[in-house]
Design a protein. Structure first.
Length: 321
């Protein structure tokens, strides 16, 4: 009888482990409850976040009437400054560091005079470059005519990858040279191979592959960065909710994916060189209800993960353990 009870107890423990909010081995991240030091600076909907690992800065893009559109914090969480000029509705944000300086790229999905553009700013908010035609939604026929561009990723070389289509006419992935000419362009509206329904986030791995969160198709698609050739897709982890954001951890071993509607961060095993296969979820972080994690970024030096939450109207920082 005693052995029977031990068996029952053991099977309950197994079940409990299986349903814990942390799946897999021990917890990989913990919330930094002290970041930021002054959360009252979040006065709008926080849509995006970008880390400048080189200079220890965190940029947050937020929306709303009469709110500063870009907030700048230190990685310790101190508010530094904000800027607002020529930013209408920030959607994605990215920091590009080179030997001569850093700049901040923003995708703007506004419908007013600054919208439908991809813009480059100095760290203090001076507008340096505008791609697209401000205020004009594009058609898929012209490469640099955007329609609600969702996000971008800029390589050290200055080559740019843009996912164009946060609900607009365009559903495509574009690679531009460092002088803003089209290198390749792929994707149309649909659910076939290489097609997109709201390509929402884009990132690169260490092996020359481009990863795209194909949100409404509930999958991640992977492309060759040199040619734009389709390499594979992952859909097995996204039956409950599509991927909103894709970022690699600092060691490129895992992919961190935000799933807005189920308030979850999924941590997936990144495949080595070769076959893409299908996704394997290593762990998940269940956030509070109505948090709505939209886009994330990773500090490639410390490994910290920053999550822009439009429901909670805040950015949270998770530290690797």
């Amino acid at each position: 009888e005693f052995e029977y009870y031990v068996f029952i107890l053991y099977s309950q423990v197994l079940k409990a482990e299986h349903f814990s909010p942390w799946t897999g081995e021990q917890q990989m991240y913990k919330l930094d409850i002290g970041w930021p030091k002054s959360p009252e600076y979040f006065t709008g909907q926080t849509f995006c976040v970008a880390v400048d690992s080189l200079h220890g800065l965190v940029y947050v893009g937020q929306r709303g009437d009469n709110v500063p559109k870009v907030l700048v914090f230190s990685e310790e969480g101190y508010f530094l400054h904000s800027w607002n000029d020529t930013v209408e509705m920030p959607h994605g944000i990215f920091v590009w560091n080179t030997a001569i300086g850093s700049s901040v790229w923003i995708t703007d999905v506004g419908t007013g005079k600054y919208g439908h553009t991809v813009k480059q700013y100095s760290p203090l908010g001076k507008l340096m470059q505008v791609l697209g035609t401000p205020g004009n939604a594009g058609s898929s026929l012209i490469p640099l005519q955007f329609d609600r561009p969702a996000e971008l990723f800029v390589e050290e070389t200055g080559e740019i990858y843009v996912v164009d289509g946060d609900g607009g006419m365009n559903n495509r992935l574009i690679k531009l040279s460092d002088d803003y000419k089209e290198i390749w362009l792929t994707g149309t509206n649909g659910s076939g191979i290489g097609q997109f329904r709201i390509p929402h986030s884009v990132t690169l791995d260490a092996y020359g592959r481009v990863w795209v969160a194909d949100r409404d198709n509930k999958r991640i698609q992977v492309f060759d960065k040199a040619t734009g050739e389709w390499l594979g897709s992952w859909s097995g982890c996204f039956s409950e909710d599509g991927p909103y954001s894709v970022r690699f951890t600092a060691d490129y071993k895992y992919l961190i994916v935000a799933q807005l509607n189920i308030n979850r961060l999924a941590i997936l095993a990144a495949p080595p060189v070769g076959s893409i296969g299908d996704c394997a979820m290593v762990q998940s972080v269940q956030l509070a209800n109505e948090t709505k994690p939209h886009l994330v970024d990773v500090d490639m030096r410390s490994g910290a993960v920053y999550v822009a939450e439009i429901g909670a109207q805040q950015v949270q920082k998770y530290i690797p353990l």
